[in-house]
Design a protein around this ligand. Structure first.
Ligand SMILES: Cc1cc2nc3c(=O)[nH]c(=O)nc-3n(C[C@H](O)[C@H](O)[C@H](O)COP(=O)(O)OP(=O)(O)OC[C@H]3O[C@@H](n4cnc5c(N)ncnc54)[C@H](O)[C@@H]3O)c2cc1C
Length: 457
């Protein structure tokens, strides 16, 4: 019998397995997909010029110590986000604003003041310690900022934040959930920043999945069972048995479950998880968090003075960044197609998805119908809701009122089952760093629980 069986080989599951092994526990990992990395998936470009990051991409060297220590340990090369140039804000089909990157777009004085007031209020809230109030958990983020006096344009901007950060509308998440997310992630400004102070500072030249592959190598290929979707988890008190869809059985003293909580209900867990755990996890939702990555032969947008960053209220692309790696001649714009516009975009046929994205890019950058915009050398799109083993992204979001109501049970062990995943992290929740942090914690919990058992014997 194993000491630990880990379900899922995303960042949190791999880290949990590695930490458990480091503590001397025999460990195996069962993963549904034919690859490791989960929501980190780096696909080689046909041009040979690098990788398309279909999932997570950005890291920060000074703020995310776990991820950075793997970058150093595995000798991975990174590039910093290129920021020089003008950004564009698309307010509606016919109205766009160019502005120097990093400043508030040129709105009226009243709108600017209002935006700064709402932003500073949320930033101040997000630097406070502890869990936000139940009152704020029972109101949507949209209602919360309207109660603070947000003007329509500013409420729209807050909606854009929710779309960019979580793939949801601001009416679909509680104010407390949003503030708690900011609290765990060094504040709203750090989450939004693309420079050394924030989450979008650096990218990998050879793909973020290199980290997952590196950790998998440390865990040992012989201990990782790919293409083995788990169907059921059976608690026997003295141990756990995990059964895959194709009937493989793994017996272990402890189980670490690393799949997003929204998907627990898809497993047959016996006995059932306690009612409050079911209520909070069944109630979580995953956002529409999609990417369209458009690769070009040249970074044509730079010659017009643009840095490739744009945001749009209208969509379908709600935000885009330059994700080139110049020294590899890889030039790309990574477009996030999130929230409600992403939900609609995901229903289109692939050729229509591509057509609307290119048309929007042309509009944003004032490009002609015969411009380079319409001659990408490669185009990728990734809809995470369509993935059987992800069902959306970024990370599960609790239903209105549930974050505070179920704080004492959400993510806490049940018998021999321990829960990990970026959603439970106290630091950089929703990010690779958060997944690593939660994986470490889950392994620590298991080690402590096993020590308690052996002390009793
Ligand atoms: C488009 C996008 C952009 C992002 N951008 C960034 C970014 O720039 N920076 C950043 O740090 N983070 C980013 N993220 C978030 C980051 O990818 C996640 O926070 C992190 O990868 C989550 O890791 P995890 O281990 O918690 O979950 P997952 O990666 O979801 O891992 C869960 C694993 O469980 C497996 N699994 C599911 N069901 C079963 C089953 N029944 N049996 C066995 N295995 C199963 C899955 O296949 C998966 O491997 C982004 C994510 C997306 C999708």
């Amino acid at each position: 019998m194993l000491d630990v069986i880990v379900i899922g080989a995303g960042f949190s599951g791999l880290q949990a397995a590695y930490s458990a092994q480091q503590a001397g526990l025999s460990t195996a990992v069962v993963e549904a997909r034919d690859r490791v990395g989960g929501k980190i998936w780096s696909v080689p470009l046909a041009s040979g010029r690098g990788y398309a990051e279909l999932g997570g991409a950005w890291i920060n060297n000074s703020l995310q110590r776990r991820v950075w220590s793997y970058v150093q340990r595995f000798g991975l090369e990174v590039v910093t986000q290129r920021l020089e140039g003008k950004a564009v804000m698309q307010e509606n089909e016919d109205h766009r604003l160019e502005f120097p990157f990093g400043v508030t777009p040129d709105w009226s004085a009243e709108e600017k003041k209002n935006l700064e007031y709402i932003r500073d209020h949320i930033q101040a809230e997000s630097l406070k310690p502890g869990l936000p109030s139940a009152e704020d958990d029972n109101v949507s983020l949209d209602q919360y900022v309207r109660n603070l006096g947000a003007l329509p344009k500013v409420a729209n901007m807050v909606n854009l934040w929710a779309r960019v950060m979580h793939g949801l509308e601001s009416t679909e998440e509680s104010a407390a959930w949003f503030i708690d997310y900011c609290r765990r992630n060094k504040g709203l400004l750090a989450i939004r920043a693309d420079d050394s102070t924030g989450g979008q500072y650096m990218r990998f030249k050879d793909g973020a999945q290199s980290i997952a592959k590196g950790i998998a190598h440390l865990v040992g290929a012989q201990n990782i069972h790919l293409e083995s979707p788990v169907a059921s988890i059976n608690e026997h008190g003295s141990h756990i048995s995990v059964v895959t869809r194709d009937g493989k059985i793994f017996n272990a003293r402890k189980c670490i479950l690393s799949i997003p909580s929204t998907m627990y209900r898809e497993l047959n867990i016996t006995p059932s998880l306690p009612k409050p755990v079911q209520e909070v996890t069944d109630g979580t939702v995953l956002g529409d968090y999609n990417k369209a990555i458009v690769c070009y032969d040249t970074p044509w947008w730079r010659s017009e003075g643009f840095n490739g960053y744009f945001a749009s209220y209208k969509g379908p692309v709600i935000l885009a960044r330059d994700t080139s790696v110049d020294e590899r001649n890889h030039y790309s714009l990574t477009c996030f197609v999130n929230g409600l516009p992403g939900r609609e975009w995901g229903k289109l046929y692939p050729h229509d998805r591509r057509a609307v994205v290119l048309k929007q890019i042309a509009k944003i950058f004032n490009a002609d119908a015969d411009s380079e915009v319409f001659r990408p050398i490669e185009f990728f799109d990734q809809i995470w809701k369509h993935e059987e083993f992800s069902r959306g992204a970024l990370a599960p979001v609790t239903a209105l009122g549930h974050l505070t109501k179920y704080a004492s049970v959400y993510g806490k062990p049940v018998g021999n089952i321990h829960f990990v995943g970026t959603e439970y992290s106290t630091e950089w929740k929703g990010y690779m760093e958060g997944a690593l942090c939660s994986g470490e914690k889950g392994a620590r919990e298991v080690v402590e629980a096993m020590q308690k058992v052996s002390a009793k014997l």
